[in-house]
Design a protein around this ligand. Structure first.
Ligand code: FES
Length: 126
């Protein structure tokens, strides 16, 4: 008997939150000093509360090279980048983007024109 093939990639949406750190004197700053640990924890908390796991995974990343705009977050497979994310913003990102497939335009690093969101699909709640 063969094992069932695991679907790959296993996540419908994969969220990376920058937790890079730098020396305090570095002019680029870093996302951790801007509160990225709390952003990551809020993503994890909501994923659990809304029963999005294991379809959604939120995890830390290294520097995403958009430091001046941090806290930096990117979500795949759509490759939607968010800037200056706070824990208070995470609820909206989870509900709008992760569950309903609608990016949060006011937080996007690279806003695009109308119709861009049409490629995305809602996954709904568990
Ligand atoms: S330190 Fe977060 S993007 Fe560079």
């Amino acid at each position: 008997m063969t094992e069932p093939t695991r679907k790959f990639p296993p996540y419908e949406r994969h969220v990376f939150i920058c937790l890079n750190t730098r020396e305090e004197a570095n002019p680029r700053g870093d996302c951790t000093r801007k509160g990225s640990e709390a952003v990551l924890e809020r993503f994890k908390q909501l994923a659990a509360e809304k029963k999005l796991k294991p379809r959604i995974r939120a995890q830390k990343s290294g520097c995403l090279d958009t430091c001046e705009q941090g806290v930096s977050v990117v979500i795949y497979p759509e490759a939607i980048w968010y800037k200056q994310v706070t824990p208070a913003d995470v609820d909206e990102i989870v509900e709008s983007h992760l569950i309903n497939g609608i990016p949060v335009e006011r937080l996007r690093l690279h806003p695009t024109g109308p119709g861009d969101s049409a490629r995305m699909s809602p996954i709904g709640n568990a």
